[in-house]
Design a protein around this ligand. Structure first.
Ligand SMILES: Cc1cc2nc3c(=O)[nH]c(=O)nc-3n(C[C@H](O)[C@H](O)[C@H](O)COP(=O)(O)O)c2cc1C
Length: 140
């Protein structure tokens, strides 16, 4: 059974809602899914997974959340090499710059980034909620 681990940071719940929908999609396809707030995630949660989905909203000025998510990503930078990775997150007013940069950084680490980074403005609803579920299905 495919192991899909979803590790996210969310301040107001929008990225968390995306994470839950991605988990639903992956579970529907029969994956064994772990949904983890980054504060509870360990390096092993990245190591053991067949696919890891990382989620962070756009924070600061078009950056991944800096107090917990970025340090965790830094701590697993050598583990993601060759790993199947998906990226997702919510944003407010920008044009997705943080996600474009994040995808390039993951590419540069040698991760096999399987999507272009799924971005949703504020909370996932309707079509954007379906996009999250579809991403989960595609990860399996
Ligand atoms: C401190 C702070 C900085 C933010 N910076 C950006 C930004 O640079 N670009 C953007 O599009 N949205 C920005 N936002 C908006 C959030 O990305 C948006 O509200 C998102 O839905 C929050 O996701 P969350 O509910 O998972 O925390 C910022 C929000 C906060 C609180």
């Amino acid at each position: 059974m495919s192991k899909v681990n979803i590790i996210y940071w969310s301040g107001t719940g929008n990225t968390e809602a995306m994470a839950k929908l991605i988990a639903e999609g992956a579970q529907e396809k029969g994956a064994e899914v772990k949904l983890l707030n980054v504060s509870d995630a360990k390096e092993d949660d990245v190591k053991e997974a067949d696919v890891v989905a990382f989620g962070s909203p756009s924070m600061g000025s078009e950056v991944v959340e800096e107090s917990e998510m970025q340090p965790f990503l830094d701590s697993v930078s050598s583990i993601v090499t060759g790993k199947k990775v998906a990226l997702f997150g919510s944003y407010g007013w920008g044009d997705g710059e943080w996600m474009r940069n994040w995808v390039s950084e993951m590419d540069n680490l040698g991760a096999n980034v399987v999507n272009d980074g799924l971005i949703v403005q504020e909370a996932p609803e309707g079509d954007s909620a379906e996009d999250c579920k579809n991403l989960g299905r595609e990860l399996v």
